[in-house]
Design a protein around this ligand. Structure first.
Ligand code: SF4
Length: 375
């Protein structure tokens, strides 16, 4: 089983914090959509021995595409790949693209899951982040979307400068009031060369505060646990039966094909990434060349990835799998390195799986790096 990720590199406007690959000019949209369909065809042999379990439209903002354009790409997937009957097909969407007509048309298409970029229900946060929607649109779109889709996820951002814990709790409660079964939530991070980084450097916006982010992360965990959500991955919370199949596949190390500019692929042994430039991407694909770079993963790389993704999940790092896939020396090294964190009650072992405790969870990426095998 495997997944297909399709990157739609267009956005109406640039959010101040974002360092993903996108263009705010739609001039090349038609050419790019044709190139995506062509890449799907060119790479079909990579998945000739496997079935597709999930299709994920990410970006960028995939909801800038019309339902007909999305259907065209879904048809290209079905034409070239074996897709299982109950596949999960997710569309990332922004509230300003989702009026009732659009939602109704999407509900009639094969898309069966929406991941909506809400980020905050407070106008001041949306302005600070330069989101394209306002708070009213965020609420209206959720009210409509929940009438037509059962499987909805929404994104929320915490640790926004000058936000209070009370406002953050109100954001979570507002999200819950719509009855969505899945929430993804990320700390606001300051990526180099973004508008946010420059505003902070000039003192226009206060810097993000790690302590505030930490407090808000714990408020989130408590509130969502009380509301019956499982914290199944560091940034992801779902009701039973609504965990993202697409994301779970990444964390469980299943192969995925990344289609479109800047998209990443993984086949178990190699990681590949497409060029981050729409024009070069279109030109190369039209010449039937794949615009990608490939990195062959060493055993250490695979072990490091296995430990990092495992520690972020509810399932932890399977010690049995570490021994089986990487050998006894890796298992011994892992246990030896993990010991300091077990003593500090940040890690624990349950049913032969190494997991983070409540205290260790927020720091799981940092802990994982201490468990890495260096080349
Ligand atoms: S809509 Fe998403 S991809 Fe586009 S700029 Fe904002 S955060 Fe980045």
């Amino acid at each position: 089983m495997s997944g297909i990720y399709i990157h739609i590199p267009f956005c109406k406007q640039a959010c101040h914090y974002c360092d993903f690959h996108f263009s705010t000019s739609m001039k090349k949209k038609d050419q790019l959509i044709s190139a995506l369909a062509k890449e799907l065809e060119l790479r079909k042999d990579e998945f000739k021995n496997t079935t597709v379990e999930t299709i994920y439209f990410g970006g960028g903002t995939p909801s800038v595409l019309s339902t007909a354009e999305l259907q065209y790409l879904i048809d290209a997937v079905y034409l070239n790949y074996k897709v299982i009957d109950d596949s999960e097909i997710t569309l990332e969407a922004n509230p300003d693209d989702l009026n009732e007509d659009v939602i109704m048309a999407l509900a009639k298409s094969p898309i069966n899951r929406l991941s909506i970029g809400i980020q905050s229900f407070f106008e001041k946060d949306l302005i600070l982040m330069n989101r394209a929607h306002n708070a009213e649109e965020a609420k209206l779109c959720l009210q409509l979307a929940t009438q037509y889709f059962d499987n909805i996820s929404l994104d929320l951002i915490y640790g926004i400068p000058n936000s209070t814990n009370a406002e953050w709790l109100e954001n979570i409660q507002t999200a819950l009031s719509f009855g969505v079964p899945h929430i993804s939530s990320y700390a606001l991070t300051v990526e180099p060369k973004t508008a946010l980084a420059s505003f902070i450097a000039k003192g226009v916006i206060d810097n993000v505060d790690d302590d505030l982010a930490h407090e808000q992360f714990h408020i989130l965990i408590e509130a969502l646990a009380q509301a019956g959500f499982d914290h199944y991955e560091l940034s992801n919370f779902g009701k039973k039966g609504f965990y993202s199949k697409n994301n779970s596949a990444y964390w469980l190390g299943k192969p995925y094909l990344g289609i479109g500019p800047s998209a990443h692929s993984f086949n178990g042994n190699e990681r590949a990434w497409n060029v981050k430039n729409n024009t070069i991407y279109i030109t190369k694909i039209n010449q039937e060349q794949l615009p990608l770079e490939v990195e062959v993963l060493s055993l250490n790389d695979k072990y490091n990835e296995f430990v990092m993704t495992g520690l972020r999940t509810i399932w932890g790092v399977s010690l049995t799998a570490v021994e089986k896939q990487f050998g006894k020396p890796f298992l011994e090294y892992l246990l030896q390195q993990a010991n300091q964190y077990v003593n500090k009650q940040m890690l624990y072992i349950e049913d032969n799986n190494l997991k983070t405790t409540k205290t260790g969870k927020f720091l799981s990426d940092g802990i994982a790096s201490d468990l890495f095998m260096l080349n």
